[in-house]
Design a protein around this ligand. Structure first.
Ligand SMILES: Cc1cc2nc3c(=O)[nH]c(=O)nc-3n(C[C@H](O)[C@H](O)[C@H](O)COP(=O)(O)O)c2cc1C
Length: 171
């Protein structure tokens, strides 16, 4: 399958980047085509709610920032993997912006499955992130293939790596 991973942590050697890389390695080993984008390094503004896209824009966003690189990748993805740290009890801003900029097309056209990889310092801080993820899966009519979380003592461990491999195996 054609898999797009959006990695949203600004820490290049952090836990979220590690989880995204492990997912990529496992998916490529299983024969999938994988594109990994570090969205934290992109300039992607929030939606302006100007409604240009639903009028004169005919589905195109008026903002010509780095989201323009992502739209074609989102349009072709069959599996969408969101990889993000928890900031203030929810998904970090760097992942929210690209999700919300999909407003112009409403949903990624071919996405059938979605996965969430999420890291935090503390335990029990994932309710907001997992609720949002579940609702977006439903809204985009995508199967929720599962969530892997890693709090501080679960980061970069064999156990977490195995959970990621198990998720890939479900594709
Ligand atoms: C702005 C900010 C807010 C954070 N908020 C939380 C939080 O609410 N709960 C928590 O457990 N960790 C919080 N953290 C810690 C990160 O989620 C944690 O260090 C995570 O592993 C970072 O992922 P990374 O290694 O991929 O950057 C926060 C970190 C930052 C920078």
């Amino acid at each position: 399958m054609n898999i797009l991973i959006l990695q949203a942590s600004p820490r290049a050697n952090g836990n979220t980047a590690w989880m995204a890389e492990e997912y990529k390695n496992a998916a490529e080993a299983a024969g999938h085509k994988v594109t990994l984008v570090n969205v934290s390094r992109k300039h992607i503004a929030g939606c302006l709610a100007c409604e240009y896209c639903h009028g004169k824009g005919n589905g195109a966003c008026i903002q010509k920032d780095d989201m323009q690189e992502l739209y074609p990748l989102m349009a072709e993805a069959e599996v969408l993997v969101l990889a993000a740290p928890i900031y203030y009890f929810t998904l970090c801003a760097q992942i929210q912006a690209p999700i919300q900029r999909m407003y112009c097309v409403n949903a990624p056209a071919k996405v059938k499955k979605m996965t969430l990889l999420c890291s935090s310092y503390s335990p029990n801080v994932y309710d907001g992130a997992t609720a949002e993820f579940r609702d977006i899966c439903n809204y985009w009519h995508a199967e929720n293939t599962g969530v892997v979380t890693a709090k501080i003592d679960e980061q970069k461990t064999d156990a977490t790596k195995q959970k990621i491999i198990d998720l890939v195996a479900k594709l």
